[in-house]
Design a protein around this ligand. Structure first.
Ligand SMILES: [Zn+2]
Length: 69
């Protein structure tokens, strides 16, 4: 009788994580990856759903120069 080992990929760094009691941060490989993922999730909540946000626009890009001579 072999014990089944469930493995998942860390959502942050894609590292293989064994799903057992010793994997404290599952499905993440470490606390660091868990915090990173949570941070991204939290920041995504601030953006408008379905409305892609251009980082350059947020940075205060000057208006486009469509006028040409
Ligand atoms: Zn990870």
């Amino acid at each position: 009788m072999s014990e089944r080992v469930i493995k998942v990929n860390c959502p942050t760094c894609k590292e293989i994580v064994q799903w057992n009691d010793s994997s404290q941060w599952r499905p993440f490989c470490s606390e660091r990856c868990k915090l990173i993922d949570f941070g991204e999730w939290a920041s995504e909540r601030h953006s408008i759903p379905g409305e892609p946000v251009d980082p350059d626009e947020l940075a205060g890009m000057p208006p486009r120069h469509d006028e040409q001579d």
